[in-house]
Design a protein around this ligand. Structure first.
Ligand SMILES: Cc1cc2nc3c(=O)[nH]c(=O)nc-3n(C[C@H](O)[C@H](O)[C@H](O)COP(=O)(O)O)c2cc1C
Length: 382
């Protein structure tokens, strides 16, 4: 049984929160309803508390209530914007800011509000920070007409919450090291050779692993997104520094999601190289193959995960070969020839390759792909 905060904001779908509360209570969970002032125009505390079998309100400090999960259904455009901006001006937004566990959002609004770039950007930010989203669906809207914006049915929201609660603390006591981002190889004191990795995938993995109770160390190479809270952060710049940090660490699971340079300038210049009319010819030498080295040094019970960013069917075949060649347990293959996924994108798709077989994760926000990868890691450890 879990303790669940059910936040309701001021949308026409607020009445559906009743059914959601009923489903949680029926499943044996303790429910604490919290409403925005606008939501109170649509539904009352009295109704939700009665369904939650609570005699009183949410208590004197509802925003400080501990909860295993916080779900906001419906989540209005206004509340999503406040959450993205860290605003805490009512019980729902205060509670969300103070909550450190899983957050589930079920947006509901008219189709134009949903399609607005401001809303889409807010959703991107919230997903990136690890919020799980359910819907909205396409269909008939409360105001009339149809389009994308209809809140998902309470059963679908309930199922998503149950899935997150099942994963709760499933990695407690496990030390996971995750590398993320892209390394930079110095050419001189100001220039470098880099790659387009933003670190989003590794950050999503770190957030999800921490949510599952793991002790997470994130070896971060030049992230372009903020690192999640509640983890140990080790910042590195180059492939050599990343290799030192990873190979020197103790961990039960190592996930190499960083894009590590395969080659580095053989003789970087110490100062800034000044422009001349001559060509600048570089000699590049191979860097340490961290994954292969991890495979060579692995200790009993340690699980190793590598990433393979490659193109098409031939790339998938190379990823299968990588599993054997590097002696790791799992390879996450990203097809970087597909538009809108992989490097520097909010979404990803992957094929998880292990000795046990292959699992296809179709295109989804990186937080969801991270959950799929960690589910597979847990399965392999069992
Ligand atoms: C009848 C009515 C229905 C509304 N439905 C929605 C809705 O479904 N989604 C939404 O984002 N806003 C909706 N709004 C607008 C919100 O109530 C308004 O933006 C409010 O400030 C939201 O406050 P809150 O996010 O603090 O609950 C509706 C307003 C009215 C009057």
């Amino acid at each position: 049984m879990a303790r669940i905060l059910v936040g309701v904001s001021g949308g026409i779908a607020a009445y559906k929160a009743c059914e959601l509360v009923r489903l949680f209570v029926k499943a044996g969970h303790e429910v604490v309803p919290v409403l925005t002032p606008a939501a109170e125009g649509f539904i009352s505390y009295q109704t939700l508390n009665a369904l939650a079998r609570r005699s009183g309100g949410a208590g004197p400090y509802p925003h400080l209530e501990h909860a295993d999960l916080f779900v906001i259904a419906p989540a209005t455009a206004n509340t999503l914007a406040k959450l993205a901006g860290g605003i805490a001006d009512n019980l729902v937004t205060e509670s969300a800011l103070a909550h450190s566990g899983p957050l589930v959002l079920a947006p509901a609004m008219n189709a134009r509000m949903w399609a607005n770039p401001a809303t889409q950007e807010n959703m991107r930010v919230l997903r990136e920070r690890g919020a799980r989203t359910v819907g909205p669906e396409e269909g008939e809207l409360g105001e009339g007409g149809s389009g994308v914006g209809r809140m998902s049915e309470p059963e679908a929201i309930f199922a998503c919450c149950q899935e997150l609660l099942a994963a709760f603390d499933s990695l407690a006591g496990t030390r996971i090291l995750i590398s993320a981002g892209g390394t930079r190889e110095p050419l001189d004191s100001v220039r470098f050779l880099g790659n387009r990795s933003s670190g989003r995938m590794g950050v999503a993995l770190a957030a999800e692993a921490a949510r599952r109770g793991a002790e997470v160390t994130l070896v971060a190479a030049n992230l372009s997104v903020p690192a999640p809270g509640g983890i140990e952060l080790v910042e590195v710049a180059s492939a050599a520094a990343l290799a030192d940090a990873v190979l020197g660490a103790e961990a039960d699971v190592i996930v190499m999601s960083a894009a590590v340079a395969d080659y580095t300038p053989a003789a970087p210049e110490s100062g800034k190289r000044h422009k001349t009319d001559e060509n600048w010819t570089l000699e590049l030498e191979p860097t340490t193959d961290v994954l292969r080295e991890l495979g060579r040094r692995r200790h009993k019970g340690q699980l190793l995960v590598g990433f393979a960013a490659d193109e098409g069917d031939a790339g998938l075949e190379r990823a299968r070969e990588k599993l054997r060649e590097k002696k790791v347990d799992l390879i996450v293959f990203n097809d970087i020839s597909q538009p809108g996924i992989g490097f520097d994108a909010d979404e990803n798709a992957a094929v998880l390759i292990s000795k046990a077989g292959e699992v296809v994760l179709s295109k989804a926000p990186k937080s969801k792909i991270a959950a799929g990868i960690l589910d597979e890691i847990e399965r392999l450890r069992r």
